[in-house]
Design a protein around this ligand. Structure first.
Ligand SMILES: O=C(O)C(=O)C[C@]1(C(=O)O)C=C[C@@H](O)C=C1
Length: 246
């Protein structure tokens, strides 16, 4: 059956007629319809089954119409979330409606390149109080000792063994001595290694001995793991060159 409202002819079945009338006509009649008329204007109304009342509440947040008078298609939520017309929405100079809230109209908008607002806020860093001050020994990046400061505001920690800056200076001096000894030992080792290589070559043998190298590497690996293996390989390279064979 075909019914007409003051704007458009709506073709409805007899069964739908009672609930599918034009939105304006329903309002005028003061009746309650179970038909959803969507689109903001009944020119574009269509029919679909009414949601369960409980779902209706969840699906439809509280809206109020922006501005006085009859709504023009843009609604804002009274709870302040979402919705609402952007600047530029409305009727243009050519009389055509401009909707710049999203979709195609958004892409046509000069500000369309601006990324949409994130739907979910990024988790913010919890306020954990002021950052811990960097300890003096961590701040020192050169061999020049940092000036000793007494930060009375530094929090007292349970790390009672943490050395003070003056201790660090002394300990680093010791490390420098150890490193020098290591370098001297490596140099000494190289001399011994090259002597062996020369003797082996002089005796008609090969310069290197891979089985021996394995036995050299193993204790380093056992002591220090993968870095120990790397140390041994570095030592061998220093002592016999980059070629493990020859
Ligand atoms: O022990 C040897 O036979 C060496 O020649 C010394 C050494 C080493 O530097 O440890 C060097 C080369 C060999 O391939 C194996 C080990």
């Amino acid at each position: 059956m075909t019914r007409s409202c003051h704007h458009r002819r709506l073709t409805l079945s007899d069964a739908d007629e009672a609930v599918g009338e034009c939105k304006t006509r329903r309002r005028q009649a003061g009746t309650t319809s179970t038909v959803n008329v969507l689109g903001g204007h009944h020119h574009h109304a269509y029919l679909r089954p009414a949601p369960h009342p409980a779902h209706r509440q969840a699906r439809r947040p509280p809206y109020r119409h922006r501005g006085p008078g009859r709504p023009r298609g843009h609604r804002v939520r009274v709870d302040g979330h979402g919705g609402g017309a952007r600047p530029g929405c409305g009727t243009g100079e050519d009389g055509r409606r401009r909707h710049r809230c999203g979709g195609r109209a958004r892409r046509q908008h000069p500000q369309a390149l601006r990324p949409r607002r994130r739907r979910h806020r990024q988790p913010q860093r919890q306020h954990l109080g002021p950052l811990m001050p960097v300890r003096d020994e961590e701040a020192v990046t050169s061999d020049v000792a940092a000036p000793v400061t007494s930060d009375v505001t530094a929090p007292v920690t349970s790390d009672v063994t943490a050395p003070v800056a003056s201790d660090v200076t002394v300990l680093r001096a010791d490390i420098d001595l150890v490193d020098a000894e290591i370098r001297a030992l490596v140099a000494r080792r190289g001399e011994l290694s090259r002597a062996i290589q020369r003797a082996r070559i002089a005796g008609g043998g090969r310069r290197t001995d891979l089985a021996r190298e394995t036995r050299v590497i193993t204790p380093y690996t056992q002591s220090f793991g993968r870095p120990g293996t790397a140390i041994a390989l570095a030592l061998l390279e220093i002592c016999r060159g980059t070629k493990p064979t020859g």
